[in-house]
Design a protein around this ligand. Sequence first.
Ligand code: ZN
Length: 54
Amino acid sequence: MKKYVCVPCQWIYDPEVGDPDGGIAPGTAFEDIPEDWVCPICGAGKDAFEVVED
Ligand SMILES: [Zn+2]
């Protein structure tokens, strides 16, 4: 699964970690996160994220 970076604040979403505080279980692909989820740091929506190429 790919990591995604929040463009406004550079926070990285790692699917292996998820976002437990935001209700996203570890192992959740970014694509499977609900559309109403927001970045835990800056509150940006999913459309503010870009895939991280290895
Ligand atoms: Zn952010």
